[in-house]
Ligand binder design. Structure first.
Ligand code: BTN
Length: 325
């Protein structure tokens, strides 16, 4: 009997859970139950305790330690779910904790030094933003890890569409676009040996309620709230994402490629069938983007020749793109 079991009891019950019933069920003293409750409270869970009635987990519709707790039991993806009231970057945190944590979902209320691809900064805005990272340990070759960005992008798109009915697109490989502006970004990082991935950290930043973008961002960034009237819940978006991602991740691990979502990736792409610039090493080359293949590579035609562009090698800029990436 440990605190995780008690937490599970609290989570499945809407009402008070009797300390006496628990002590009978597990054949331990009520003192021992109380000790575990205290340990949970020390972890940050808000638990109401009433004499004669027992213990109850306070319910919360916001993102909080309590409201995230059930995700551990809902999916086998994460051994740990961490809620942080403030952190520099959930990706950096996940990497720092990689020696201590097996798999984890790290959710932050506030990020002070969010990072984007290619060394860029990711600006978030407290409760208006959804910022989280997943620490995962897929048994895949390092060259396959980039596909996970596409897995996350497809899952995030589905989750947003399910929650908002907005029309969302994916700007290969890692941006989600709403009405021509960026609404979310994904940063995938990994630690690997030559042949095997040690861990992958997939970080997601989604602009949910932001309406005040700094002047330099206003023309390229947007939020869900700026595009839809419906009430938005960061918690519901996160739960929806975790559900889709869990399914997609399993399919990816079983099949080893993206065939199961490749149609979606192509149909939703802002890049496929467009003229693009390939930006790499300070040079830019014009190309025609043809399709995304089942390994998540962008197939482009350059000077009449087809080339497969790998994630991370180049940046793609649409000809009429005002965004920097
Ligand atoms: C990009 O658009 O270049 C990627 C942005 C990724 C931002 C998210 S927010 C949560 C996680 N923590 C970070 O520092 N970055 C990612």
């Amino acid at each position: 009997m440990n605190k995780k079991i008690i937490l599970q009891h609290l989570l499945v019950s809407d009402d008070f859970v009797s300390g006496e019933a628990l002590s009978r069920q597990y054949g331990i003293s009520r003192q021992a139950i109380w000790k575990q409750i205290n340990a949970l409270m020390a972890d940050g869970y808000q638990i109401e305790s009433l004499r004669r009635k027992g213990y109850r987990l306070l319910r919360d519709q916001q993102i909080s330690k309590n409201s995230l707790a059930h995700l551990v039991f809902k999916t086998t993806l994460f051994e740990t779910v961490k809620y942080l009231s403030e952190v520099d970057s959930t990706n950096s945190y996940a990497k720092r904790q990689a020696d201590q944590l097996a798999t984890a979902l790290i959710v932050a209320a506030e990020q002070t030094a969010g990072r984007g691809r290619l060394g860029r900064t990711w600006l978030s805005d407290g409760a208006n933003s959804l910022c989280f990272s997943m620490l995962l340990r897929p048994q895949i070759a390092p060259h396959s890890a980039a596909m996970l960005t596409q897995v996350a992008a497809a899952a995030l798109l589905r989750a947003i569409v399910r929650q908002t009915a907005l029309s969302i697109q994916i700007k290969w490989p890692n941006d989600l676009i709403c009405n021509g502006k960026k609404v979310a970004g994904i940063l995938t990082e990994m630690s690997s040996e030559l042949n095997a991935v040690e861990y992958v950290v997939i970080g997601v930043g989604l602009n949910v309620g932001n309406t005040d973008f700094k002047a330099e961002l206003a023309s390229i960034a947007t939020s869900l709230a700026a595009n839809c009237q419906a009430p938005l819940s960061r918690l519901a978006l996160l739960e929806e994402f975790v559900a889709y991602f869990g399914d997609y991740y399993q399919s990816f691990l079983q099949t080893g490629d993206l065939a199961f979502i490749v149609d979606d990736l192509n149909n939703w792409s802002t890049v496929v069938n467009r003229s693009v610039w390939l930006l790499a090493n300070g040079e830019r080359r014009p190309a025609e983007a043809k399709k995304i293949n089942r390994r998540g590579q962008l197939i482009v035609e350059v000077d009449g020749q087809l080339e497969a562009v790998h994630y991370g090698e180049v940046s793609v800029r649409l000809n009429d793109d005002r965004a920097a990436h």
